[in-house]
Design a binder for this molecule. Structure first.
Ligand SMILES: Cc1cc2nc3c(=O)[nH]c(=O)nc-3n(C[C@H](O)[C@H](O)[C@H](O)COP(=O)(O)OP(=O)(O)OC[C@H]3O[C@@H](n4cnc5c(N)ncnc54)[C@H](O)[C@@H]3O)c2cc1C
Length: 307
């Protein structure tokens, strides 16, 4: 536990950025569920992040990195220590533009849809399928976000990663251990930025593909509701959403959380939902699907914090 006075004494002069205390993580997650964190720190630049990390570890203060909060379930007891958001690291720069392709430097706090729109306007092809996925570039790299056959790993050239002792490393994409909804980014490591490579195309063509994917997503996913995206990973024998649907779970409800009627792998917070409701519903769906198909669903969302 670190309080406001201790924070100010420890970091006076060495941290530039935004700091808030006792913030409810309901305000920082797309589910609008989650208890508070002791400190929410949003460094203004990497040096302040570094200055903070070198002190937190020896002081034994834990930290958790949050992006857009669109793929996590924060438990009702909240998160001890410091929640770090990199949303102030929000630069997109074109570092090379050739005839056939272009390379961009993108910071972790850039909204994924801001990047998708930037590429649409410039005629940079490769991430059209990511249209409509909320969250940040840091979160998309950490979980290798993807849809419509397009994954973040397809465009990443290298990633700048800082570890909990504030050591900075640049890793080639081939060394990142990307796989289905995962990367080699370990707990305690922070993605600061990435270089990504995209093919050049007519802006009109990129725009039309992006809009096509976005329209498809709007039809098949409850984009406007409070969810954390897909709850479960797709097992080997088909989409988790289809199994949940065929097991008859659409509309199933625990407290304020309900299985979406639009896409069964999305759980919706109807307003008063808690993390406990969400986890009870997960347990119930896992057990119904197991009884019906003999398949054990594994979570895709990351569950963090204390009960
Ligand atoms: C309506 C809706 C639709 C969605 N559709 C899709 C989809 O089609 N495909 C898909 O893949 N996902 C989808 N998602 C899930 C989610 O949007 C993505 O997984 C997204 O990439 C998560 O990014 P985030 O910034 O919100 O990460 P968060 O949810 O904040 O964090 C997720 C994980 O990444 C880690 N993390 C975040 N930022 C960093 C960083 N800078 N460095 C290190 N670790 C970090 C966190 O610690 C956490 O473990 C959807 C979600 C919603 C709500």
């Amino acid at each position: 536990m670190i309080d406001e006075r201790e924070w100010r004494e420890t970091f006076a002069g060495s941290f530039r950025g935004d700091v808030k205390f006792g913030v409810s993580l309901k305000e920082r997650t797309s589910l609008a569920i989650g208890g508070p964190c002791d400190v929410l720190a949003e460094p203004g630049e990497p040096v302040s992040l570094r200055n903070m990390l070198v002190v937190l570890e020896p002081m034994g203060i834990p930290f958790f990195t949050i992006g857009g909060g669109t793929n996590i379930l924060v438990r009702d007891g909240g998160i001890d220590g410091v929640v770090i958001s990199l949303r102030n690291l929000s630069r997109i720069e074109v570092i090379r533009e050739g005839n056939a392709d272009a390379e961009l430097f993108v910071e972790a706090g850039v909204g994924l849809q801001r990047l998708v729109n930037f590429c649409k306007e410039k005629g940079y092809a490769g991430i059209e399928g990511l249209a409509g996925i909320p969250g940040t570039v840091g979160g998309a790299i950490s979980g290798n976000a993807g849809s419509y056959g397009c994954e973040m790993k397809d465009v990443v050239v290298s990633v700048a990663v800082m570890d909990s002792a504030a050591r900075l490393d640049r890793q080639a994409a081939s060394a990142m251990g990307f796989g289905y909804r995962r990367s080699g980014v370990r707990p305690g490591e922070l993605v600061l930025s990435a270089n990504i490579r995209l093919a050049r195309d007519e802006p009109q063509a990129v725009s039309s593909r992006t809009e096509g994917f976005f329209n498809e997503k709007k039809k098949t996913q409850p984009l406007a509701e409070r969810s954390a995206g897909c709850v479960f990973r797709n097992p080997a024998n088909g989409p988790a959403g289809r199994l949940i649907d065929e097991a008859g779970c659409k509309g199933m409800r625990m407290g304020g959380v309900e299985v979406s009627g639009v896409h069964a792998n999305f759980f919706i917070n109807r307003g008063s939902g808690t993390a406990a409701d969400y986890q009870h519903l997960m347990d119930e769906v896992v057990s119904v699907v197991h009884r019906r198909f003999g398949v054990v669903l594994e979570p895709e969302i990351r569950v963090v914090g204390k009960t």
